[in-house]
Design a protein around this ligand. Structure first.
Ligand SMILES: Nc1ncnc2c1ncn2[C@@H]1O[C@H](COP(=O)(O)OP(=O)(O)O)[C@@H](O)[C@H]1O
Ligand SMILES: [Mg+2]
Length: 435
């Protein structure tokens, strides 16, 4: 028993002050981002600021031309006048500047029929995708974020996307709802189902309101908080209470009421998961109708990916025994595939072995990393703005326009494949499983 340099009290002090120091950095960053967006307090009058206090993506004239496939300024201006959307402003020199936000662009896309809202029939069900892998850094969160953003605004239709953040670390919540109120409901409030409802309030209503709007139109998120780990203890308590009564309790269907509550409001729900098999993760696999497994090419060379698929099979065996109905699709996506021959070889080898179960490779991208570091999906920023030198602060340049465009094309392509999978399911449902 040697004498420690720090007493227990000092150790605790050290740890809390370390936590405070890091929290300070984050809060300063958030405050700075708010300031940059011209936000004072919790609200903004700026039409370009969304309910989550992040900026909608802004389109300049070139972006707009590309989005609408209209390259003649006259016809573009006429369309804008006809539809009556705002976005052309005069600068100090009285020159016109084009700054259309995503809401305005979506209006124009709809008006021209280039992209329409998807209307599900009664027979077609909301598709629930769980994105899982036991490894941290496999690309789960990045996949949910960017695939979700792609399906909401960048493919054939505007799909209504719901995200459930099941990772108590809340990394996706921090990106999508950075200024989340401490009073906001998070996943465990509904998983544990211990809410006290006011009169006239229903569970469905509160769940629905807790899927918060973001700056990505058609995409809402049910956020996570670190408190959500309490669900694991909740399940243990329930199980031992049940055991004392000679009954059994299992948590596999605890997500069902949440999904039931909002299934008519979304076409697709993505569930982001922590890198562990927790009770909530098992519930996610139970409630999901499809599965996406992100894999890093480097991991496929070791046996961790194979081990994960074995674990997953075992998890699924137990779900099957409690009545799971089967998935529509199980897809692997290779994340961070670089141009190196090694990465390409590994991904193609696995693609062949898994026989058409893979989505297109999610390519390694510096541009995506730059966006991610700024809490943006690749669809939230104009490639022109991306390539610009920061005006208000001396931010180093992100990279080139073409780099971001390449990432957008790549992610659109993946989203299109998920869309095709969903359309296939919906066709099958439409004809009563006679496909
Ligand atoms: N295609 C990609 N190219 C470059 N970096 C990526 C790519 N996909 C993910 N990343 C980065 O990898 C890191 C881990 O990804 P993340 O999605 O958080 O993994 P997980 O949720 O599985 O722990 C993040 O910093 C993210 O920016
Ligand atoms: Mg994650």
């Amino acid at each position: 028993m040697g004498i420690r340099l720090m007493s227990p009290r000092k150790t605790l002090l050290k740890l809390t002050s370390m936590a405070d120091a890091l929290n300070n950095i984050i809060n300063r960053k958030k405050a700075h981002a708010k300031f940059d967006n011209g936000i004072v307090g919790e609200e903004s009058n700026d039409v370009n600021i969304a309910p989550n206090l992040k900026k909608y993506r802004i389109y300049n004239q070139k972006d707009l031309s590309i989005a609408l496939g209209l390259f003649n300024t006259k016809s573009l201006s006429k369309l804008i006048d006809d539809i009556g959307v705002d976005g052309i402003y005069l600068n100090e020199k009285n020159a016109k500047i084009w700054r259309f936000n995503q809401l305005a662009v979506n209006k124009l896309l709809e008006a021209t029929g280039r992209r329409l809202k998807f209307v599900r029939t009664d027979k077609q069900s909301c598709q629930v995708y769980v994105v899982s892998n036991l490894k941290g850094g496999a690309g789960k969160t990045t996949s949910v974020f960017n695939f979700g953003a792609g399906l909401a605004n960048a493919v054939g239709s505007f799909y209504r996307v719901g995200i459930i953040d099941l990772d108590p670390q809340g990394s996706l919540s921090a990106k999508l709802v950075p200024y989340l109120s401490p009073d906001a409901f998070t996943v465990s409030d509904f998983l544990c189902n211990d809410l006290e409802l006011d009169e006239g309030e229903t569970f469905e209503q509160i769940v629905s309101e807790s899927f918060l709007e973001t700056n990505i139109p058609h995409l809402r998120i049910l956020p996570a908080s670190i408190n959500d780990i309490r669900f694991e203890a909740h399940v243990k308590n329930k199980a031992s209470e049940a055991f004392a009564r000679n009954e059994s309790f299992s948590a596999h269907d605890s997500l069902e009421p949440i999904i039931e509550a909002v299934k008519d409001q979304f076409d697709i729900i993505f569930i982001d998961t922590p890198p562990k098999v927790t009770e909530s993760v098992i519930a996610a696999h139970y409630s999901a109708t499809s599965l996406i497994i992100p894999l890093r090419p480097a991991d496929n060379d070791r046996d961790s990916s194979a081990k994960y698929l074995t674990t997953l099979s075992n998890v699924y065996k137990t779900l099957m025994n409690v009545g799971h109905k089967g998935y529509n699709n199980v897809r692997v996506v290779h994340v961070g595939v670089s141009n190196s021959a090694v990465d390409k070889e590994i991904s193609s080898q696995v693609n062949v072995a898994l026989n058409a179960s893979c989505l297109p490779d999610f390519e390694n991208s510096e541009a995506l990393k730059k966006c991610d570091a700024q809490s943006l999906s690749v669809f939230e920023i104009s490639p022109f703005d991306f390539a610009k030198q920061g005006a208000s602060r001396k931010i180093t340049q992100n990279g080139s326009r073409t780099q971001l465009e390449a990432a957008q094309v790549n992610l659109t392509n993946i989203a299109l494949n998920i869309e095709a999978d969903m359309q296939n399911v919906w066709q099958n449902e439409e004809c009563g499983g006679e496909l």
